[in-house]
Write a protein that binds this ligand. Structure first.
Ligand code: SF4
Length: 382
């Protein structure tokens, strides 16, 4: 299949999660909504159901969710609830609500109150100390509870083998996405910022085996092309979500390609595989424990600014000239991290800009000016 056809298929999926949901239901499948971050989607897959990511929306406006949310909650959390209240997601069979940040913790209870008459809400708490034995045990207990709740919805128990199989499917998908990210940089003339985003975003709305098959086909086609001789500039993107096509189109207008990303919805979600161990639940706990360089997770060596240095190195190693940080409004973890990240970038001589964004942004004039000016600066530093 041609690159163009494959890219259009990913774009269609990325733009129409509601249609994906309707299609899955029409095919007789049960679908579980999965909120950010680090929910063990493998368990949903192992139960024979479809996990569907819920990362807010770029097209909706907060209205019904206002009844449940403080105004200082980020738009990602509020718009996720909005879609669950306004009927967009009525066909879901359940939803998993992780509680990694100070917004998602209280939000998980808002979800429960707002939705308990509609569908099962599965609470998931991750431990802060995820490496020690007690941290692994805590994760396994929590994942065990998610497993039990999913089994109730699926109407059948899942076996260790079911979960091992799901882990293999997910590891293959993560590997394909890591490969795609590299190929997208090598072929940034073909895989523009908006196309790159659509390919990665589609992974949240498809069954992972079907997604991976399509992505491997795209990777194979890209590998046949000569590495492009890019005359523009390249950046690394960082943040929680960078999927607004109107915002990404500004990169394209200014000949700015994406060399790599440090984005929660993108690379941070597929950086770490689960070990393919005999005990599948332990594999999933070990995978969570192995997550690193993550602003949302506890780092006992944070005083060493390891994450800031990791991101600065990512810019250098990817061949980018700078970094664009998409800072979600009211996102405490990102806002609190910024001074350390800035210090690491400044120390490493990496140019960056910080763009304040939220999902209700409709006017991109300021962002356009900032990206254009940043592109000019990078051009001069090449
Ligand atoms: S954007 Fe920030 S505040 Fe909102 S859910 Fe994500 S981590 Fe929490």
């Amino acid at each position: 299949m041609s690159i163009e056809i494959l890219l259009n298929e990913f774009k269609t999926v990325a733009e129409n999660p509601a249609k994906q949901l309707a299609d899955f239901k029409a095919a007789g499948k049960k679908v579980i909504g999965v909120l950010p971050y680090y929910a063990p989607e493998e368990l949903v897959y192992a139960a024979g159901m479809v996990p569907m990511g819920i990362w807010g929306s770029n097209t909706k406006t907060i209205s019904m969710a206002k009844e449940y949310c403080a105004t200082f909650y980020c738009t990602i959390a509020q718009l996720a609830l909005e879609m669950l209240l306004d009927g967009t997601m009525d066909q879901l069979d359940g939803v998993i609500t992780p509680t990694i940040c100070d917004t998602l913790r209280p939000m998980s209870q808002n979800f429960r109150v707002a939705l308990s008459h509609k569908l099962p809400v599965i609470f998931l708490a991750h431990p802060q100390n995820r490496f020690a034995d007690y941290g692994l045990k805590f994760t396994m207990d929590q994942y065990g509870n998610v497993r039990k709740e999913l089994e109730k919805i699926a109407g059948k128990e899942m076996t260790n083998e079911d979960i091992q199989n799901a882990i293999r499917v997910y590891n293959a998908s993560r590997a394909a996405r890591r490969k795609f990210v590299k190929l997208a940089s090598d072929h940034c003339d073909v895989i523009t910022a908006t196309k790159r985003s659509a390919v990665l975003k589609a992974s949240w709305f498809m069954l992972k085996d079907e997604y991976t098959e399509k992505l491997e086909a795209l990777n194979a086609e890209l590998e046949k092309l000569p590495v492009c001789d890019w005359k523009g500039t390249k950046v690394v993107t960082s943040g929680i979500v960078c999927d607004n096509p109107k915002l990404l189109a500004i990169f394209e207008e200014n000949n700015i390609a994406i060399a790599a990303d440090d984005v929660a919805q993108e690379t941070r979600a597929f950086r770490v595989d689960a070990p393919e161990n005999a005990d599948a639940m332990m594999s999933l706990a070990l995978q969570f424990a192995a997550q690193d360089y993550e602003v949302l997770l506890y780092d006992k060596f944070s005083s060493q600014n390891r994450r800031g240095e990791f991101v600065a190195n990512l810019v250098k190693e990817s061949g980018a000239q700078g970094l664009v940080l998409f800072m979600q409004q009211f996102c405490d973890p990102e806002e609190m991290e910024y001074p350390s990240l800035k210090k690491a970038l400044d120390d490493a001589g990496v140019a960056h800009i910080k763009l304040g964004v939220d999902q209700q942004m409709r006017d991109f004039g300021q962002a356009r000016t900032a990206i254009q000016a940043f592109g000019d600066v990078l051009e001069m530093r090449k």
